[in-house]
Unconditional design. Structure first.
Length: 482
């Protein structure tokens, strides 16, 4: 919730209280430098003992509520026919409006099944913007091209456009005309667009996409992993929805999709996921493969305890104080950095504060992994583990050539109900120091590179030993903290 202060400024305040805490430590920067070197300048390969604030992702690291823990403990633990599953199915119907649902162990499992059944070899899947695992499944499992039909505004990191996650309607019409309906597996809308800086789409845009899908008999699939956040943005930014509830907006959004899936690690704060629909024939195409890849129909790769907690999380996610908790922290974070002249993605989106690495370290050439270098530098100077969202997160093409990302972002995720404003203020201070000393940051080169999803396991090295030089400058300014 946003509270107006006596000085006229606004402050996001937490609408929850901490009943259990986990100790964290801030290791000396000398040890952090050693840790990032051993990790191959890849923050995914850091150990949590070396991390102060873990802002790699919001996936699977959100805080569950007391009621979710109660749901976790009270689950009906059975391999088949558990009543906990049926309670979950009731929640899906109440919150999203879907009659049919199947659990999967996480979001990418849903992507695998959807691409296996509905993507067409030699065809295309259309999306407002890709996510790494989504694109991988579409291309590897379905053998389709992944067409990203975003508007020009989407790639402008400094912008006031409220819905940069919109699909470009004219480009959608052109793509259907070019490919033909029979070669398009489905149209996918991601709420919110992770790799564009957590940017939402509008209800108006979603309705336009739905209309075109109806005209051409195309399936509309929604990745609703962050649906409550997208709904919160619609509530705050779209005319005509200011008097709606988050619950009403979520149900309206879900009602426009033929198939809905999500990663429970995000909005529902629980490991797992599910696929849902009101069209029985579509679910029947997926059902035979569920036991083969995931598990029986009433657990789908999840434990019943997780499903019990997800049931509660699904109902809680439409509470404005839950849907907006990280969004308002991110807004505070982004606006303070933007006011200091530090380049960030605006307007503030969901999921994270995204630093525009291309502008932050403009002296680093694109072939030296700009966002990866900045992400490593942030860790060295703060102990904060962020994530590279740039060219390292984009695999090479089939000929081994580098595919340069549209955006080079350092993503500082804000897990729900985990961190406080004092943590954000600390990062702001370290980013300001880093920006003032940005010329010390140089590029990276790969020394070990897997063929797919290289951002998970790839290792790099710092050119010109810049990590040590950055550390020396940090030592000069902060003394004993080095």
């Amino acid at each position: 919730m946003i509270i107006k202060l006596s000085n006229g400024k606004e402050l996001p305040v937490e609408m929850h209280k901490a009943r259990m805490v986990q100790k964290i430590t801030l290791t000396p920067a000398e040890e952090r430098l050693k840790a990032i070197q051993e990790a191959g300048y890849n923050t995914f390969l850091l150990k949590t003992k070396d991390i102060y604030l873990d802002m790699l992702t919001d996936s699977g690291v959100n805080a569950m509520s007391d009621n979710q823990f109660a749901g976790f403990m009270n689950a009906d633990d059975a391999y088949a026919g558990s009543m906990t599953f049926y309670e979950f199915a009731d929640a899906v119907k109440d919150v999203l409006g879907y009659q049919y649902v199947m659990n999967v162990h996480q979001g990418r499992a849903a992507e695998h099944l959807l691409s296996k059944i509905f993507a067409k070899p030699g065809g295309a899947v259309i999306t407002n913007y890709h996510f790494t695992t989504t694109k991988g499944h579409i291309e590897l499992t379905g053998g389709s091209a992944c067409l990203e039909l975003y508007a020009d505004e989407a790639l402008k990191t400094k912008s006031t456009h409220p819905f940069k996650g919109n699909m470009d309607i004219q480009r959608l019409k052109d793509a259907i005309k070019k490919w033909g309906r029979e070669k398009i597996g489905y149209v996918r809308m991601e709420a919110t667009t992770n790799l564009l800086g957590g940017q939402p789409f509008s209800m108006e845009n979603l309705k336009e996409v739905r209309k075109i899908c109806d005209q051409h008999n195309l399936l509309l699939v929604m990745d609703g992993s962050l649906i409550s956040e997208n709904a919160y943005f619609i509530w705050k930014r779209e005319k005509g929805y200011e008097n709606k509830t988050i619950a009403e907006i979520v149900k309206e959004m879900a009602g426009l999709a033929d198939i809905f899936y999500l990663s429970g690690r995000k909005n529902t704060c629980v490991r797992g996921g599910f696929i849902a629909s009101n069209k029985k024939d579509l679910m029947e195409k997926l059902e035979p493969w569920l036991p083969f890849y995931e598990g029986f129909y009433t657990y789908g790769g999840m434990s019943m305890r997780e499903i019990g907690a997800m049931t509660v999380g699904l109902r809680e996610m439409v509470d404005p104080s839950v849907a907006g908790c990280s969004i308002e922290q991110i807004k505070y974070f982004v606006e303070k950095l933007d006011g200091m002249g530090i380049p960030v993605v605006t307007p503030p989106g969901g999921l994270a504060c995204h630093v525009d690495a291309r502008k932050f370290v403009s002296h680093i050439p694109k072939e030296q992994y700009i966002a990866g270098a900045l992400t490593a530098a942030l860790y060295i100077t703060s102990g904060v583990r962020a994530m590279e969202r740039g060219t390292i997160s984009t695999d090479r093409d089939k000929d081994g050539k580098e595919v340069y990302a549209d955006l080079e972002l350092t993503r500082i995720a804000l897990p729900r109900r985990v961190y406080t404003i004092s943590h954000i203020e600390y990062i702001i201070d370290r980013l300001q120091w880093l920006y003032n000393n940005r010329e010390l940051i140089k590029g990276l080169k790969f020394v070990s590179e897997p063929p797919v999803l290289r951002f998970f396991l790839g290792k790099l090295d710092a050119l010109d030993n810049w990590g040590r030089k950055l550390g020396d400058a940090f030592k000069k300014d902060f003394g004993g903290n080095w």
